[in-house]
Design a protein around this ligand. Structure first.
Ligand SMILES: [Zn+2]
Length: 300
């Protein structure tokens, strides 16, 4: 049987999956991200039976970043300037390619999640550009343009865009190691935890945190709408799962846009326009499988 592998390499855990498509997943496993040697070894061990049986056609890696996506670069497939201790300049692609010896597609976790939502969900296929934003521990943005993830100098890093910061209303300085009060610095799960002294999951529904959070995410979405003119925005990640959060973000997007971009997607159709991931929390892993399948099709 022809099988595809997916690796969602996250800062806290790795998810490895083998299957054909979202409805035919043969096996998956998840383990904590420790040091690179141990974590990569566990990943290789998971896939080895499928390379031995010659069933593993290709693998997709959806990695936390920043990563090097330039195929001409000596450090292609490396995790580069991550703040995650021990993971700077790690050759993730090379180590896995060498051990499994199958074609490997490599991209950021959020580009992969965006690609998965596009590849597997028929209603999303004509919606291009498509943007996937995850608001969890950190904030990441994946952009699909002309059917494929946007690369460039490296890849979009719109989790770190600057958004207006009203220091009077919100004196919290932000937590980003690089920028302080960028979007991730002000609105990631880590920043919520630091600002309010408790994790987002434990904040009550009536806590002012949610209002502020929805405003920050809406400011980011309006920036993304103005920059990329997406036909669809998928808003995922742990923080976004809070009850009523999508609705609150949509309302703020309408208020901030103030009728400027004149489209029914920003008025009566906004529930379809800004929606949770159709693949739920499997977007990353199934996006990696989609990348693997797409690569195999291209190479045939
Ligand atoms: Zn930043």
């Amino acid at each position: 049987m022809r099988l595809f592998g997916g690796i969602e390499s996250g800062g806290t855990k790795f998810v490895c999956t083998v299957g054909r498509d979202p409805n035919h997943i043969i096996s998956d496993i998840s383990f904590p991200t420790t040091n690179p040697e141990e974590t990569i070894q566990k990943t290789i061990e998971f896939f080895t039976p499928y390379t031995k049986s010659n069933e593993l056609t290709s693998v997709g890696i959806a990695s936390f970043g920043p990563v090097d996506l330039n195929p001409d670069s000596k450090t292609y497939g490396f995790i580069t300037t991550t703040p995650k201790v021990g993971w700077q300049q790690v050759d993730l692609y090379g180590a896995i390619q060498k051990a499994l010896n199958v074609p490997i597609a490599f991209d950021t976790d959020v580009n992969a999640a965006a690609f998965g939502e596009k590849f597997w969900i028929p209603e999303n296929q004509p919606l291009d550009p498509l943007i996937y934003i995850t608001v969890g521990t950190g904030i990441g943005v994946g952009v699909i343009i002309n059917g494929f993830p946007l690369h460039g100098l490296i890849h979009a890093e719109a989790g770190h865009i600057a958004i207006p910061h009203d220091w009077k209303a919100d004196p919290f300085p932000g937590v980003c190691q690089f920028h302080g009060d960028c979007l991730e610095g002000l609105a990631s799960g880590i920043s919520m935890n630091k600002r309010w002294g408790q994790s987002p999951e434990t904040l009550s529904d009536s806590h002012p945190a949610w209002d502020l959070e929805a405003k920050y995410i809406a400011l980011a979405l309006v920036n993304l709408i103005y920059a990329y003119s997406p036909k669809k925005i998928i808003l995922g990640g742990g923080v976004s799962q809070h009850l009523g959060f999508h609705q609150s973000v949509r309302k703020n997007v309408i208020r901030i846009n103030n009728g400027y971009v004149n489209s029914i997607s920003l008025t009566e159709k906004i529930d379809d326009y800004i929606s949770p991931p159709a693949l739920g929390n499997r977007s990353g892993a199934l996006g990696a499988i989609a990348m693997a399948k797409n690569l195999a099709t291209k190479e045939e």
